[in-house]
Design a protein around this ligand. Sequence first.
Ligand code: ADP
Length: 623
Amino acid sequence: MSVKKKFLFKSEVKELLNLMINSLYSNKDIFLRELLSNSSDAIDKLRFFIVSNKDKNIKFNDNFYIRLLIKGNKLIIRDNGIGMSYDEIINNLGTIAKSGTKEFLNKINKNNNLNDNLIGKFGVGFYSSFIVSNKVKVHTRHILENNKNNSILWSSKGDGKFFVKKLYKKKYGTDIILYLKESCKEYLNKDNLFKIINKYSNYINIPIQYKFFNKDIKKYEWKRINKYDAIWLKDKSCLSDKEYKNFYYNLTNNLGNPIIWSHNKVEGLYNYISLLYIPDTSPWNIWNRDEYKNSIKLYIKRIFIMDDIENLIPYCFRFVQGIIDTDDLPLNISREILQNNDYFKKISISLTNRIFKMINDLSLNKDKYNIFWKQFGFILKEGLADNNIDKNKISCLLRFNSSKFNSDIFVSLEDYLNRMKIGQDKIFYITSDNYISAKNSPHLELYNKKEIEVLFMLDKIDEWMMNYLTDFKGINFCSINKDNVNLSNIISKNEEIFVDENNSSFLNRIKLYLSDLVKDVRLTNCLDKFPVVLVTDSKDISTQMLKLLRATGKDVPKIKYYLDININHILIKYIRNIKDDIIFKKWVMFIYYQALLIETNSLDDSVNFINLVNDLINGFIIL
Ligand code: ADP
């Protein structure tokens, strides 16, 4: 027997273990799903290892299994997978390799709600064994370790330290030995275990076995308890929605619900089967480019080969979950070779078309599409900047809030074109922080009056997106926040305002006080209720873009806007008659600040503004 060595868990693991041990779970059962899934991964890894190391002549038993054993108060989960070496076990079970753990902990701390789904999603599955156990032992031998005495026993009570020593193990693979807590004895009941497996792990493609006594032959026999099917091999007509959904839950570790799926068998020049799902929930790390490529698992001849495969589908489709299984690629294909493989490129094109079709089909159901759009609209928009994808197809899938409808209605560009007014030659849009600000914006007044629909661009990335979306079906987009809007088609001659001498001297008087703050002061006929509005020069960046750049830490200079004045507004009429220059200046600053507040939703010197307002009101108060 070798020396027992003590190690300390890395701090993140300690924190995580603390949570696992001390939190109350609504559903403790998930530990079993996590451990079974680790065992199944270990077997998948072994299969892959064998096919990619054929020359090494590795001896292995192709009768793969995961076994459940109940011994006293111990529950043992045994697999004949790849096993772990000494270094691997210290690394894998003492630290958490994935950057996701920090995120996981943050999320839990924020919500104070340890949701069962989070555990699976964040890949911290092994530690969930401490939810039900006082002590956990892991006895393992790596497939390449021929000396049975060099097998490893890892053990921990989840109290900040773990121990590792060498201990004889007859077969390669891993035993996870759980010393169940007094309060968790229900996991020593085999029927209860079978029920849990039935619920969570039916689609694990490895037999999960239990030892039964066969009365006829008076012997114990290992019998399969999960009813695994590679459901994608079955004919569509033989599968129910429930089966598709159950497969999805297993595939994604219960990531929300699927809203649509597409199951296809392609035969001919190239052969593959795909089963793709669009979920109603986003994976937590979908924004992490280094960690998350997509969620399509590649199987070759029913063997799981790899996931997170770059370029398998366009990055803007990375929310799609599913599998693809092909007979036409070699089992030992590496990631690098895959990227340059012609066949892989063809599959990729075909999957891309398939996903487009799936999203199109989904768009026919408005309610479901709304769910999809709220979750993944952001991501889909990225596709407009991807040269390898048909921009027009993406444009057809875009949805926006609109000045014509309330906030939970999203319209397509096609709908917009159908509602355009006679003579209207642009798709008008406004960028804003949120629906209410857009809906109440002074920029909208004229368009509302003329019953011209305006699309609302409310996502942070919309401003960036508009660099790539210049037109739809030949009709150009036009921002109504900017001064390049040609209104001659909208405003009739008798509505135009002419700058006569009177007006001109009034404008010049205002400019005197605002020359450092605005580009120019002009008259406008676009306003009704509002006295003033700020308009961005078409050559300048927009307010929303400025906010976006500032949020990323960039030092961007302030925008100088045009101040457009509604000469017919009562407030402007009042100001116009003020003779006293000091009071006039105060009112000018007041209209400028209010226009700035509406345009930017915040003021750098709001206190000054309030002082100014109070000062002006004081002039009216008679006590
Ligand atoms: P994840 O499975 O998401 O990587 P876990 O915390 O569940 O996270 O497991 C950590 C690592 O420990 C796994 O990635 C794997 O390398 C190793 N491991 C866990 N269980 C087994 C097992 N039964 N056989 C071999 N390796 C295992």
